[in-house]
Unconditional design. Structure first.
Length: 365
């Protein structure tokens, strides 16, 4: 595998571990990935629930939690640590400011277009910014808006396809449509980014994710013009993943037919593992009495069948009867729980094997 360069950051293993909330990717997983040469990513979603012992105020606890997780990650690694901040979060600004103050290496931001993300940068800060997009049109718009409004060019762009886990930036009818597959949307985005690079004499690496599962997948995606990949699902079933063992085991035991698309209370489709909790939701047996966190801008408690924050937090703690596990389309392929080191070593071996085969037999596919 070739290394990935994001500004002055050199990523020896061109794998970005996807930011997974609530609590699935915190300092434990992120630091383990960083130690193997990849980009470890802490999810800022739901930290106010995880750290509510510090403060009953969700926003205060979230800020404290992100500082704590970044501090703990720095104690465990000298590698690259990023933070994922969703545009849809009500405390988006606080999480971005905190990540910058705590000198996170890079901020990844999706679940909406982060059009004002560069406005939070402070003089002398070295934090890189990488928006997450799902179309060439969005990539072009973001590049142009950031340059026009802030004189800033994205340090990287992440392309997320419809096979990703959690909330998806697609309409329900697009998720299974091959025209929206990662393999279809990636080349036009790469082309759009290259055109912007040529016009402004810059370099913006494209990182692609959503369904990337094997070393062969990594090879194929890089052949389409990406310089790195984003992987989330593969890192859940690792010893260092911050989720409860029961959460990880739900991946190991999942069958292909257990992976389903749900309609999230935040107004977006999402991919999850079927559970008794989701059965109760479909039967109309779940209904929140009030909104305890006001965590997502688009969530309306009067119409929500359940509190997504509590459902995801319960799953993170292993209480799957009161929640569910978000996952990628390939979660059912999970066979065992292993260390991050073992996983990345196996991905490298698969990649090199397929790369060699492709060089020796270029017309065999």
């Amino acid at each position: 595998m070739k290394s990935l360069k994001i500004g002055d950051l050199l990523v020896r293993t061109p794998i970005v571990q996807g930011g997974m909330g609530v609590g699935i990717s915190l300092s434990g997983l992120a630091s383990a990935v960083a130690n193997e040469g990849g980009v470890g990513v802490i999810s800022s979603a739901g930290l106010g629930v995880i750290y509510r012992d510090y403060s009953p105020d969700y926003n205060i606890a979230s800020i404290w939690g992100l500082r704590e997780e970044l501090r703990k990650a720095r104690e465990k690694t000298r590698g690259i640590i990023g933070v994922n901040v969703m545009v849809a979060m009500s405390n988006f600004a606080d999480m971005v400011k905190t990540a910058i103050q705590e000198k996170a290496d890079i901020i990844f931001s999706g679940a909406g277009l982060p059009l004002n993300l560069p406005s939070f940068l402070t003089e002398g800060c070295r934090t890189k910014l990488a928006p997450i997009v799902s179309s060439a049109r969005a990539a072009k718009l973001l590049c142009e808006k950031w340059l026009a409004n802030y004189g800033y060019i994205p340090d990287a762009i992440v392309v997320e396809g419809p096979k990703a886990g959690g909330h998806l930036g697609y309409k329900a009818d697009q998720i299974e449509d091959e025209h929206y597959s990662l393999e279809e949307i990636l080349p036009p985005i790469v082309e759009e980014v290259h055109a912007f690079e040529a016009a402004h004499d810059c370099h913006i690496p494209v990182i692609a994710g959503g369904g990337v599962y094997t070393g062969e997948d990594i090879y194929n995606i890089l052949q389409l013009g990406a310089e790195g990949v984003q992987m989330g699902t593969r890192f859940v079933a690792t010893e260092e993943c911050d989720a409860d063992p029961a959460f990880k085991e739900s991946y190991v035991h999942a069958r292909k037919e257990d992976i389903e698309i749900i309609q999230s209370p935040v107004g977006m489709p999402g991919r999850a593992i079927h559970s008794s909790f989701l059965e109760k939701v479909k039967a109309g047996l779940k209904r929140p009495k009030s909104c305890p966190f006001n965590c997502i801008k688009t969530c309306d408690v009067s119409r929500s069948p359940y509190c997504i924050m509590l459902a995801l937090y319960n799953a993170f703690r292993g209480r799957l009867e009161n929640g569910y596990a978000f996952c990628g389309a390939n979660a059912w392929r999970t066979e065992k729980i292993q260390s991050v080191r073992e996983l990345i070593a196996s991905l490298r071996k698969e990649y090199e094997s397929f790369s060699l085969r492709d060089r020796l037999f270029p017309n065999k596919g």
